[in-house]
Write a protein that binds this ligand. Structure first.
Ligand SMILES: C[S@@+](CC[C@H](N)C(=O)[O-])C[C@H]1O[C@@H](n2cnc3c(N)ncnc32)[C@H](O)[C@@H]1O
Length: 353
């Protein structure tokens, strides 16, 4: 189920924040931007390192936390203080009392986006603020399982005291990682990247997502968790059977076809999310992977009914998919570098017909 987008007052803008994971920062920012676009908000995010700040009438935080793979936590900015002011003195008692109940436990953590505050200063501030909140509100500190998480963000000019909610999706993505699925194959796409790819093309429930190199179904499983109807095609019967096992464990809104990407028997799809074969993990039965992608790009016009940014493909840098897509008349919307490990960088492209 997709989280409802809730509304705050129509009259007042509220400042929200997101704190993204450091593993793929440019992909994280692109993912958040895509989801904000999907929620039809005109909020503009201003980024300071891994923190995104936005003023908005819509509270998109529950939606972002439910959808985004690379958002670690997000929430409401309670107050913003100039860096030179005394933080605790500037913090209004009412703000604290309105946001933390006397019977609710809380934690205080700090992060810094600049060199400003040292780790020791931040630690000292955490314990002073914790004591101050206990005294003003009457609530107790619980660092392990707090009901309310206060996050203090130090930046170059400001200190922001925020009420934060941790992502529940990220632990779920870890729990359904490829190795923990009913069927596993080393060529399968991992859950975090699969989810990011679905978000970049703004998949919505009930739309039809095609993976023409579906293998064991890593990408299609995440599309299914979002509520999409999935179509998977693969040359390899054994992997297709594995995909069936994995997708059946989520629901029954899928179709799988044994076939060749060079002769795709499909149309009326909303988006294509895929990763062509590369490396030793997946066989092409003698074909060149780039020729297979070229065949796919040649067909997307007749397969897709969405004309916006509806294709997301992950390939190796050597494939130079951007060049190929442009030569074949597709619009390249985004190219994101994904560092898999020290020697391996992969490229995520989003394209429109
Ligand atoms: C990197 S894997 C795909 C992983 C998958 N997208 C996922 O989400 O887990 C590449 C797949 O391409 C398939 N393949 C290779 N040649 C193909 C072709 N000509 N047509 C369709 N599938 C092909 C391989 O069998 C392999 O399963």
């Amino acid at each position: 189920m997709q989280a409802a987008i809730t509304y705050t007052s129509d009259e007042f803008l509220t400042t929200y924040f997101v704190y993204v994971s450091g593993e793929h920062i440019s992909a994280a920012k692109a993912e958040v931007n895509a989801l904000i676009h999907l929620s039809k908000s005109d909020a503009v995010l201003n980024w300071d390192g891994r923190i995104g700040l936005m003023d908005s009438q819509k509270n998109m935080i529950p939606f972002l936390l439910e959808r985004a793979a690379l958002v670690k936590e997000a929430g409401l900015v309670l107050t913003e203080i100039d860096e030179q002011d005394d933080l605790i003195e500037s913090l209004s008692d009412d703000v604290l009392k309105n946001n933390i109940g006397s019977d609710e436990t809380f934690s205080v953590r700090t992060i810094s986006t600049s060199e400003g505050a040292s780790a020791a200063e931040r630690l000292d501030f955490e314990s002073r603020l914790g004591a101050h909140i206990s005294q003003v509100v009457g609530s107790r500190v619980n660092l392990d399982y707090p009901k309310i998480r206060i996050l203090v963000i130090f930046s170059k000019k400001h200190v922001r005291v925020c009420k934060s909610v941790a992502s529940k999706l990220r632990p779920m993505l870890r729990s359904r990682e490829s190795g923990r699925k009913p069927f596993f194959h080393p060529s399968m796409m991992n859950t975090t990247l699969s989810r990011v790819m679905c978000n970049l093309v703004r998949v919505v429930p009930n739309e039809v997502v095609l993976d023409p190199f579906c293998g064991g179904g890593g990408i299609l499983c995440e599309a299914s968790f979002i509520g999409a109807r999935t179509v998977g095609i693969d040359l390899n019967w054994r992997l297709l059977t594995g995909s069936k096992v994995n997708l059946s464990s989520i629901g029954n809104n899928y179709n799988l076809i044994q076939g060749d990407v060079r002769r795709l028997p499909v149309s009326m799809c909303d988006s294509i999310i895929t990763d062509p074969p590369y490396g030793r993990a997946s066989s092409t039965r003698g074909a060149q992977a780039i020729d297979l992608v070229e065949a796919l790009f040649g067909d997307v016009d007749s397969i897709l009914r969405r004309r916006d940014e509806s294709i997301c493909i992950c390939g190796s840098q050597e494939m130079n998919l951007q060049d190929l897509a442009e030569r074949m008349g597709l619009v390249v919307n985004q190219v994101l570098q994904i560092r898999v490990h020290s020697g391996l960088v992969r490229e995520l492209l989003t394209l429109s017909v």
